[in-house]
Design a protein around this ligand. Structure first.
Ligand SMILES: CCCCCCC/C=C/C(=O)SCCNC(=O)CCNC(=O)[C@H](O)C(C)(C)COP(=O)(O)OP(=O)(O)OC[C@H]1O[C@@H](n2cnc3c(N)ncnc32)[C@H](O)[C@@H]1OP(=O)(O)O
Ligand SMILES: Cc1cc2nc3c(=O)[nH]c(=O)nc-3n(C[C@H](O)[C@H](O)[C@H](O)COP(=O)(O)OP(=O)(O)OC[C@H]3O[C@@H](n4cnc5c(N)ncnc54)[C@H](O)[C@@H]3O)c2cc1C
Length: 615
């Protein structure tokens, strides 16, 4: 067994280089997940209930900035459980469970993350050889982000557009080997590397992956829901979205994660606020604990309450997830839309609230909250990522809105599912709900708000179908900016306006309409308005914001500068975007200061012994 911190002993991660962080993460991860394997051997955890154990490890101080093995447990194995048929599960799960293979989950591409029906990677069935041919037709088709893929995983679930008999059947999942199990070298036709430094989670080893007409057996298509027969016949799934199941599972797990992160942050901030003495409540008295200030209590106490609320919610969501999945197994798909909407809504709300609360905890600790040693900046980096991954929050809230509007439109014709039954009550009482300053009164008030917002959204949708205005002149544009600024803050500070001004409900509703019309009117000039700031690329220093819009090429160029991609053999120069294959081979060889090992030494020293159960 490896000692706990054999390398970089006592050196806080903040002082390690990018490459040392990776090496540190690999070593810590094989030590940590050897414990999981030991618990498996002793029957203390199983493939159906490892979430708490792995979640605890991933949230622990040992893997505080993520792990290159995280995706293996969080998405690779659940995807096999959720998408593979029994035969495939028998083949792949034992090897994944004892970590003799390490997997990742590759869905997002350079060019697409949200719109998964627009993914470009193709899997074309060749009936003559009974194989699928995986291909990345463009740079934007490169898989981009999969955790652990940069230098660690040797297998991957890949989501690609399935073609058979000349017809596209949409996105499906495939299990694909990307590296040699003995040498860890990328297999021929595979272009692979890591994407570079991020705001946080810098131990996760997020990677990129491109295919150059790469062949896999037909049986590597995960066939629990849809199948392709040997002659290329496509058999479709009972429900087109059953392929999206892995995402629903992770969204549910993320809600539990937010409980852990928020509990940590508010513990740090509250304890510090009890220790910290600053200023006097009354002249001449000793300095008081900052926890005595009402403003400090306003900042922190809601986070304590939220941590408990999220924990109760996460447990209830987990029960619903298991209930609905049992019904799916019996072929009952009735509650799938509700589960999807719930997972979307709660993932978006808990991550956004937790990010805001963690930032507020940091601010509540003054300068010391800005120190990396406080662990608050790191926690913020972890949580804010969750607002983006597993479905960007805006988009998930739109999915929830879609479900609620549809439910409203079927209010009289359809039995409501448990979580939205309140809509019928609110509608029946025609919103004449008297206000009471009790918990129940506040909940009923928000139920009425939800009902009215849903009705407004339905109405706006109809209104917006009727009027489109042409783009205004500069004068009008500036007027619109003034208008936007005023209506934005009026809506943001609505509670004050309702309290201190005679603004009426009707005026609020028309204010909202006007705000959305102003957004629409400004849209045609949005880029021109920021160009008008005349900020040169050299000042922006951003792969996303350069004037020429070459976002994807710049992202790849920056990724290539990562030291972890310095070993020329680790990335396949065959896939260089500009096609300068031979020049690049020479360029890379000349650049390498360490005679780039074909494989990072950590594979042979840590990863391979771990995968062979020798640790
Ligand atoms: C725990 C810690 C984790 C740490 C590591 C995290 C690692 C991160 C991994 C990743 O990020 S993996 C990649 C995640 N990517 C996404 O989540 C992509 C987000 N986009 C989508 O999910 C979809 O594109 C969409 C936004 C839902 C739209 O899908 P689509 O275009 O196919 O649908 P629509 O045409 O809008 O129709 C919606 C229709 O479909 C139903 N539906 C959509 N998704 C699901 C689902 N997952 N399950 C069930 N049903 C779904 C939806 O209810 C609508 O139904 P109807 O209204 O038509 O009845
Ligand atoms: C730390 C981290 C880890 C990740 N790990 C993985 C992984 O392991 N595997 C994997 O496959 N992916 C992974 N991802 C990718 C992640 O799933 C995507 O970043 C996410 O789905 C968002 O897609 P995008 O980045 O393309 O942003 P986009 O979808 O381009 O969104 C950009 C902006 O456009 C807006 N927008 C997009 N569509 C709409 C719409 N229809 N309506 C309104 N606004 C819209 C969004 O709200 C957002 O403001 C990871 C991402 C991060 C940050």
């Amino acid at each position: 067994m490896l000692s706990k911190r054999e390398v970089f002993d006592g050196v806080p991660e903040e002082y390690l280089s990018h490459k040392e962080r990776y090496e540190n993460a690999i070593r810590n991860s094989v030590v940590a997940f050897s414990l999981v394997r030991k618990m498996q051997e002793e029957g203390k955890t199983s493939i159906n209930n490892y979430r708490d154990v792995v979640g605890g490890l991933l949230g622990s101080s040992v893997l505080r900035d993520g792990s290159p093995l995280g995706l293996h447990y969080i998405m690779f194995m659940p995807a096999i459980l959720n998408q593979a048929n029994e035969e495939q599960q028998e083949k792949w799960l034992p090897r994944a469970w004892n970590c003799s293979i390490i997997g990742s989950y590759a869905q997002t591409e350079l060019g697409h993350g949200t719109f998964i029906r627009g993914l470009e990677t193709t899997a074309t069935y060749d009936a003559a050889t009974k194989q699928f041919v995986l291909h990345s037709p463009t740079l934007t088709a490169y898989k981009w982000w999969p955790g652990g893929l940069g230098q660690t995983a040797n297998y991957c679930i890949v989501v690609a557009q399935l073609y058979t008999k000349g017809q596209c059947h949409g996105i499906h999942s495939f299990i694909i080997q990307v590296r040699d199990e003995e040498t860890h070298m990328p297999l021929p036709g595979i272009k692979i590397g890591e994407i570079g430094a991020k705001l946080g989670l810098n131990a996760v080893n997020n990677g990129f992956l491109g295919f150059d007409n790469y062949r896999i057996p037909r049986t590597n298509m995960l066939m629990k829901h849809a199948q392709v027969l040997e002659d290329g016949t496509y058999v479709k799934s009972r429900h087109s979205k059953l392929n999206y199941g892995a995402m629903v599972f992770v969204r549910v797990v993320i809600v539990f994660d937010m409980v852990n992160y928020l509990s940590k942050a508010v513990t740090i901030a509250t304890r510090f606020s009890a220790v910290r003495r600053q200023c006097q409540l009354k002249a001449g008295e000793t300095e008081c604990q900052i926890l005595d200030y009402v403003t400090q209590q306003h900042k922190l106490f809601v986070s304590i309450a939220a941590a408990h609320a999220f924990r109760i919610t996460a447990n209830k969501l987990w029960l619903t997830f298991n209930e609905v999945n049992e019904q799916l197994v019996e072929g009952n798909l009735q509650r799938l839309p509700e589960l999807h909407a719930l997972a979307c809504c709660l993932k978006a709300v808990t991550t956004a609230d937790t990010a805001a609360c963690v930032e507020r905890c940091r601010l509540a600790c003054g300068g010391h909250g800005y120190m990396m040693s406080s662990s608050l900046p790191l926690t913020y980096g972890l949580v804010t990522a969750a607002c983006t991954y597993e479905g960007e929050n805006t988009v998930l809230l739109l999915q929830t809105a879609r479900f609620l509007v549809k439910t409203y439109q079927q209010l009289d014709s359809k039995a409501l599912t448990p979580t939205v039954a309140y809509l019928k009550t609110a509608a029946a009482e025609r919103f004449c709900v008297g206000w009471s300053n009790t918990t129940e009164g506040i909940i009923r008030g928000f139920q009425v708000v939800a009902m009215r917002v849903i009705i407004m959204s339905t109405f706006n949708e109809e209104v917006q179908e009727m009027s489109r205005t042409v783009s205004p002149q500069l004068k009008e544009v500036l007027h619109q900016l003034v208008d936007l600024y005023c209506t934005y803050w009026a809506l943001e500070k609505l509670s004050d306006l309702l309290l201190y001004t005679p603004i009426s409900q009707k005026e609020v509703e028309s204010l909202r309409l006007r705000y959305e019309e102003t957004l629409t009117n400004l849209r045609p000039n949005a880029v021109g308005l920021v160009d008008a700031f005349d900020l040169r690329d050299e000042m922006l220093q951003s792969t996303l914001g350069s004037y020429d819009g070459r976002v994807y090429e710049r992202l790849m160029e920056e990724a290539m500068k990562s030291p972890l991609n310095a070993e020329p053999m680790l990335q396949s120069t065959l896939g260089s975007y500009d096609g300068r294959v031979y020049e690049r081979l020479m360029e890379e060889a000349m650049k390498s200061p360490l005679n780039a090992e074909p494989v990072n030494y950590t594979f042979h020293k840590y990863l391979k012994p771990f995968m062979q159960g020798k640790l």
